[in-house]
Design a protein around this ligand. Structure first.
Ligand code: AMP
Ligand code: ZN
Length: 492
C-alpha cells in the first residue's frame, strides 16, 4: 500500500489507481528555451523516484511528458514575453532549433541524473489539431469565448475555479508570474488564453491555421490534450513543481473537466522548490545553475541526486555549495562502503563483475540464489515501507545504510543494494573506467581533438561552442563527462 500526499485533498491517502495494477501518470515537461537548472531537475528527480516506486511496488506505469516548445508566456495574458521567442532571439537561432537543442540537453541531463525517460514524450507543436479540437468543444459548450481576436476560457462558468483552494486569489498571483498585467480582452480576471491570433509578437515564428485565424496555442491547453491523447479520459497522477499549481494546473483542470464533463485526475503530486539565497531558482533570472556547471566544478551529477533524495519532496530545499559538499562526502562514503561489500561478495565467489549496461565501466551482481532470502525480504519490506510513507526518500536511504550494517553476508547486502537502486538510481554499484575502448583509432583521435577544442572554447568562456561540441559528439554516440580528473568520454 502506497500512501501519497494529494494537493487536491491536502491529505496523505492510500493511493488507489482507476484500473487495478495500472497507473496513468503525467508530468509537465520542460520549457525548452534554456538549459534546465538544477531546481527544475529536483522536480524531475523526485517524480522519477515516484514512478520507480510505483513500478517497484508492482504497478504497470505509463508515464507521459510534454515538451513546451510553444506558447509559454511569462504572463498568461496576451502581454507576457514568449519564452521560446526570447530564447531564439538571444541565440540568433530559429525557435525550432532552440527547442531541439534544449530538448536534447534536457534528456542528456536526465541521463546523467539517472532519470528515466517517460514512456511517451510529446512536443506541444506536434499536437495542434488536438488543441484546436478541444478549444472548439469548449467554445461549443459555452466555456470559452472570443475576444480581441483571441480565444479565452471563461472561469465564471465554473462552480469552483480554485480547486487547490487554500490560498486567496492575491497570494496566488504573487510570486508565480514575473509580472501581472491587465488584459482588457478578458471578461474575468482569471480567464486565460486558449488560442492567440492577435499577438504583440509580430515576429512570432510558429503559427498555425485555425477556425479563429492564424495563431498559436496558449500554454495550459497542451498538457490537457497531450495527456488525454496518450492516457485517455482518466488519469491517476499528475506531477509538477509547486509553481505549477497556480495558474497552470488550476487551468488544466478547468479546461479538461469542462471538456470531458467529469473528473479528470485523482492525484496531484507537487515537488517543492529548490531555492538559493535569493529565493526560488528560476530560468528567467538568468545565470542559472545547471548540471554542466556542477560537472565543471567537479561534482558527480549523482551526488546531486543524492543531495535531493536526502530531503523530502514536499519541503523546500536550500541549495548551497556547503550543503552540496556535505552530501558529496556522505555519498562518497556510502558508495565506497557499497563497493567494498560488492568486492567482498566477488571474492567470496557469490557475485560477479559485469559490464555496465551503458558501457565504459563495470557493475556488480550477486549470483542467483546467493542472498539469504529471509534477510532480503526483511530489508526490502522496510525499504518499501519507507517509500510508501509519502515517498520518504531520506528514510529509504537510512534503510539502505542499515542494510550495509546488517548481520548478514556480503552477497545478501549486495543483492539488496541492487534492488534498492532500481528506485534510488544513485549509481552506487557502477564504477566508471578510463574511457578509450572499443572505437576505431581514427574516430578516437577525432574525439580527443574535439575534447581539446571544447576545452579551448570553455577557456574563452564560449560555452555555446563548448555545448555544441558536446551535443555533436553525443549525436555521434559519444558522451563526455567532466570529472575532477578531467574530461572523460564513453559510448552513450
Ligand atoms: P519549466 O521548464 O519552467 O516549465 O519548469 C519545469 C519544471 O520545473 C516544472 O515542473 C516546474 O514546476 C519545476 N520548477 C521550476 N523551478 C523550480 C525550482 N526552483 N525547484 C524545483 N522545481 C522547479
Ligand atoms: Zn503542464
Amino acid at each position: 500500500m502506497i500512501r501519497l500526499y494529494n494537493t487536491l485533498t491536502k491529505t496523505v491517502d492510500e493511493f488507489v489507481p482507476n484500473v487495478p495494477g495500472k497507473v496513468a501518470m503525467y508530468t509537465c515537461g520542460p520549457t525548452v528555451y534554456h538549459y534546465a537548472h538544477i531546481g527544475n531537475l529536483r522536480s524531475y528527480i523526485c517524480e522519477d523516484v515516484l514512478e520507480k516506486t510505483l513500478r517497484y511496488a508492482g504497478y504497470d506505469v505509463k508515464r507521459v511528458m510534454n515538451i513546451t516548445d510553444v506558447g509559454h508566456l511569462s504572463d498568461d495574458a496576451d502581454n507576457g514575453e514568449d519564452k521560446m521567442v526570447k530564447g531564439a532571439q538571444r541565440e540568433h537561432k530559429t525557435v525550432m532549433e532552440i527547442a531541439k537543442f534544449y530538448t536534447d540537453a534536457f534528456f542528456e541531463d536526465c541521463r546523467k541524473l539517472n532519470i528515466k525517460r517517460p514512456d511517451v514524450v510529446e512536443p506541444a507543436t506536434s499536437c495542434i489539431d488536438e488543441f484546436i479540437n478541444m478549444i472548439s468543444v469548449l467554445l461549443e459548450k459555452g466555456y470559452a469565448y472570443r475576444s480581441g481576436e483571441n480565444v479565452y476560457f471563461d472561469t465564471s462558468k465554473l462552480d469552483e475555479y480554485f480547486v487547490f483552494g487554500n490560498q486567496n486569489e492575491d497570494e496566488q498571483m504573487v510570486g508565480v508570474r514575473d509580472d501581472v498585467t491587465e488584459d482588457t480582452n478578458k471578461r474575468n480576471k482569471n480567464d486565460f488564453v486558449l488560442w492567440f491570433t492577435k499577438s504583440k509578437f509580430e515576429d512570432q515564428a510558429l503559427k498555425w491555421d485555425s477556425p479563429w485565424g492564424v495563431g498559436y496555442p496558449g500554454w495550459h491547453i497542451e498538457c490537457s490534450c497531450i495527456s488525454m491523447k496518450h492516457l485517455g479520459e482518466y488519469m491517476d497522477i499528475h506531477c509538477g513543481g509547486v509553481d505549477n499549481i497556480f495558474p497552470h494546473h488550476t487551468n488544466e483542470i478547468a479546461q479538461s473537466e469542462s471538456y470531458l464533463g467529469h473528473k479528470w485526475c485523482n492525484w496531484w503530486f507537487h515537488v517543492h522548490h529548490l531555492n538559493d539565497r535569493e529565493g526560488k531558482m528560476s530560468k528567467s533570472k538568468g545565470n542559472i545553475l545547471t548540471v554542466s556547471v556542477l560537472e565543471e566544478k567537479g561534482y558527480d551529477p549523482l551526488a546531486y541526486r543524492f543531495f535531493c533524495l536526502q530531503s523530502h519532496y514536499r519541503k523546500p530545499l536550500e541549495f548551497s555549495y556547503d550543503a552540496l559538499d556535505n552530501a558529496v562526502a556522505a555519498y562518497d562514503r556510502l558508495k565506497n562502503r557499497v563497493l567494498a561489500i560488492a568486492e567482498e561478495a566477488v571474492n567470496a565467489g557469490k557475485a560477479v563483475k559485469t559490464e555496465d549496461a551503458h558501457g565504459g565501466g563495470h557493475t556488480y551482481k550477486a549470483s542467483d540464489g546467493a542472498a539469504d532470502a529471509a534477510v532480503f525480504e526483511q530489508y526490502k519490506t522496510k525499504f518499501i515501507e519507507a517509500l510508501s510513507a509519502d515517498i520518504n526518500t531520506s528514510m529509504a536511504i537510512t534503510v539502505l545504510m542499515e542494510t550495509l550494517k546488517a548481520d548478514t553476508d556480503a552477497a545478501t547486502k549486495l543483492a539488496l543494494v541492487s534492488s534498492f537502486e532500481e528506485v534510488l538510481g544513485l549509481g552506487l554499484l557502477t564504477v566508471k573506467e578510463e574511457a578509450g575502448s572499443g572505437v576505431d583509432p581514427e574516430f578516437e583521435k577525432y574525439i580527443l581533438e574535439q575534447i581539446e577544442l571544447r576545452k579551448a572554447a570553455k577557456k574563452e568562456k564560449n560555452f555555446a561552442e563548448a555545448d555544441r561540441i558536446r551535443a555533436e559528439l553525443l549525436e555521434k554516440g559519444i558522451a563526455l563527462e567532466d570529472t575532477r580528473e578531467g574530461v572523460k568520454w564513453h559510448k552513450a
